[in-house]
Design a protein around this ligand. Structure first.
Ligand code: ATP
Ligand code: MN
Length: 476
C-alpha cells in the first residue's frame, strides 16, 4: 500500500479507512501503544498493536526504531488524540538498540547535549519544529521576492575580491602547504594556484548583486556566506546564509520599507503556516524563561512577540539620536555598559539591545552611521561625516539586517576607495556600474539564521542551522 503522511491522517480526522504509515518510534507503552513520528508534523500517531503480538517483534519496538504499519484509522478511545491506527501488521524496518541509542527522550536532553549529537537531534520535537520553521522561512523569502518580480541571482561562492572583509575570509587554494611556490620576495606565488590568483570564500554577494540590479532593476541573492571571524558568540557562525536584495532606483527610505515589509511578511507567513510548531516552541521558551530570575524574563511570549512586531511600525532613528539615547540612559549613567559610548563608536551588542529591548521595546532601524565605521560603497551624506547606512536591530537578537543606499557617484566612490586603501584597478568591474549608466540604488543583507532565531525564540544560533560551523567545530 502507498504510504500516507501522518500529518494528513491527523488533519483529516476521518475514520475507518486503511493506511500504511512509516516512521520512527517515539515511545512504546504497555506492549500495546506505539507513538510513531515521520517528521511531517509535530504530532505522533498512536499505533495500537494486538495483545497477541509476537514476543520477538515486541522486543524490537524500541524508541528510535523505524517501523512500517498497515492498519485501519479508527476513532481513538484514549485521551490526547482523535484518531489512531489499529495495526493489521507491523514491520520493524530498522532496529535501534536502546542501550546504545544516544538520544533518550524521557529525561529531556539539554540543547548543549543535543548539539553534540546533531546528527540525531532532528528526531526531537524541538529540532523538528525549528527546522520545519526554517524551511518555511526560506520558502516565504523566495515567495516574497518572486511575487514582487525580483530575479534570484546566484552570486559566486569562491571570490577573488576581498574588498569587504579583508582578514576574516577563508582562503581557497590547491597549493601544497609544505611546498608552496614562492615569489622572489618570499611571498606565496598565487599565480601558480588553481585560479591563477588568491581566492577566498565569499563574505557577501552584494557587489555581484549590484551588477545584476543594473540590468534587472531588482535582484536578490540567497546563499551561504563565510566569515573566519573568531567570535564565539550565540549570534555568529563561520558559515551562515544571507539574503541580499539589491534594487535600482531605490533610496535609503525605499530600502527601509522593503526590509520592514520582508521581515513582516516572513513573520506573518510563519504564524499562518507553522502554528503548531510555533506553539510548541512558545511553550518551550516559556519553560526556559521560568528558570530565569523575574527581572530577566521577557514580558511577551513568543507568539505575542511575533504578533507585536507584525502589528507595529519599526522605530526609525538616526545613529546620532541612538548615541544620545544611550548617553542619557540610566544604564550609561550607572556605568552598566561594558563598552564606552561616544559619537563615532561601532555600537556593541549591549548598546543595540538596550535600544530595542529597554528603550523602544520593538525593532529599530538606525540610519546615518559615521562613515569611518562603514564600508566604502555606502552613499555619503551631505554632512561629510555620515553615510546612508541602515541597520535593523531586533529584540533578543541585535543586528538582524545591515544595508545602505550605495554610492552611485563615481568620483565620490573612487575618493572613498582611495582613502580606505581599496585597490580601484582590481575592482574595475564594480566601478563599471558607475561608469556605464549608473543609477541610485540600495540593498541590504538579512542574516537567515538570525531571522530563524527570532521566529523560533531559540537563543543560540547553533540551534537553528542543521550543522553549525563555529571556531574549532566542523563536526558532521
Ligand atoms: P555583526 O555586527 O552582528 O557581526 P555585521 O555588521 O558583521 O554583523 P553585515 O556584514 O552587515 O553584519 O551582514 C549582514 C547580516 O548578516 C547581519 O545583519 C546579520 O544578520 C548577518 N550576519 C553577519 N555576520 C554573521 C555571522 N557571523 N553569523 C550569522 N549571521 C551573521
Ligand atoms: Mn560581523
Amino acid at each position: 500500500m502507498k504510504r500516507t503522511k501522518i500529518k494528513d491522517i491527523l488533519k483529516k480526522e476521518e475514520f475507518d479507512y486503511k493506511v500504511n504509515i512509516k516512521g520512527w518510534v517515539r515511545s512504546f507503552r504497555n506492549n500495546q501503544f506505539i507513538a510513531v513520528n515521520d517528521g511531517s508534523c509535530m504530532g505522533n500517531i498512536q499505533v495500537v498493536i494486538g495483545l497477541d503480538t509476537d514476543e520477538s517483534l515486541i522486543k524490537k519496538i524500541n524508541n528510535g526504531a523505524s517501523v512500517s504499519v498497515d492498519g485501519t484509522v479508527i476513532a481513538s478511545m484514549g485521551r490526547g488524540q482523535k484518531v489512531e491506527i489499529k495495526a493489521d501488521s507491523l514491520t520493524v524496518l530498522g532496529e535501534c538498540d536502546p542501550e546504545k541509542f544516544p538520544l533518550q527522550l524521557k529525561n529531556r536532553p539539554s540543547l548543549e547535549y543535543l548539539r553534540e549529537i546533531a546528527h540525531l537531534r532532528f528526531r526531537t520535537n524541538t529540532f523538528s519544529a525549528v527546522f520545519r520553521v526554517r524551511h518555511s522561512v526560506a520558502y516565504a523569502i523566495h515567495k516574497f521576492f518572486n511575487d514582487r518580480g525580483f530575479v534570484y541571482l546566484h552570486t559566486p561562492i569562491i571570490t577573488a575580491s576581498d574588498a569587504e572583509g579583508a582578514g576574516e575570509m577563508f582562503r581557497v587554494t590547491t597549493l601544497p602547504f609544505d611546498n608552496a611556490p614562492h615569489n622572489e620576495d618570499g611571498t606565496i606565488n598565487f599565480k601558480e594556484d588553481f585560479f591563477g590568483r588568491a581566492t577566498n570564500l565569499t563574505v557577501s554577494g552584494q557587489l555581484e548583486a549590484e551588477l545584476g540590479a543594473m540590468s534587472f532593476s531588482e535582484v536578490y541573492t540567497f546563499g551561504p556566506t563565510f566569515r573566519a571571524e573568531n567570535s564565539n558568540t550565540p549570534r555568529h557562525l563561520a558559515e551562515f546564509w544571507m539574503i541580499e536584495p539589491e534594487v535600482a532606483f531605490n533610496d535609503i527610505f525605499d530600502n527601509m520599507d522593503l526590509a520592514e515589509d520582508l521581515l513582516k511578511y516572513i513573520i506573518n507567513y510563519s504564524l499562518e503556516n507553522n502554528r503548531e510548531d510555533l506553539d510548541f516552541l512558545a511553550t518551550r521558551l516559556a519553560e526556559e524563561e521560568k528558570q530565569k530570575p523575574q527581572n530577566e524574563r521577557s514580558e511577551l511570549g513568543l507568539i505575542e512577540k511575533l504578533e507585536f512586531v507584525l502589528n507595529n511600525k519599526f522605530e526609525r532613528i538616526t545613529y546620532t539620536e541612538a548615541i544620545q539615547i544611550l548617553l542619557d540612559s540610566p544604564a550609561y549613567k550607572k556605568k552598566k555598559f561594558q563598552y564606552d559610548v561616544s559619537w563615532g563608536i561601532d555600537m556593541q551588542s549591549e548598546h543595540e539591545r538596550y535600544l530595542v529591548e529597554k528603550h523602544f521595546k520593538k525593532p529599530v532601524i538606525v540610519t546615518g552611521y559615521p562613515k569611518d565605521i562603514k564600508a566604502f560603497y555606502m552613499r555619503q551624506n551631505d554632512d561629510g561625516k555620515t553615510v546612508a547606512a541602515m541597520d535593523i536591530l531586533a529584540p533578543g537578537i541585535g543586528e538582524i539586517v545591515g544595508g545602505s543606499q550605495r554610492e552611485e557617484r563615481l568620483d565620490r566612490l573612487m575618493t572613498r576607495m582611495e582613502e580606505m586603501h581599496i585597490p580601484a584597478d582590481e575592482m574595475y568591474w564594480y566601478l563599471d556600474t558607475r561608469r556605464f549608466g549608473t543609477v541610485p540604488h540600495a540593498g541590504f543583507g538579512l542574516g537567515f539564521e538570525r531571522m530563524v532565531l527570532f521566529i523560533t525564540g531559540m537563543t543560540n544560533i547553533r540551534d537553528v542551522i542543521p550543522f553549525p560551523r563555529t571556531p574549532k567545530n566542523a563536526e558532521f
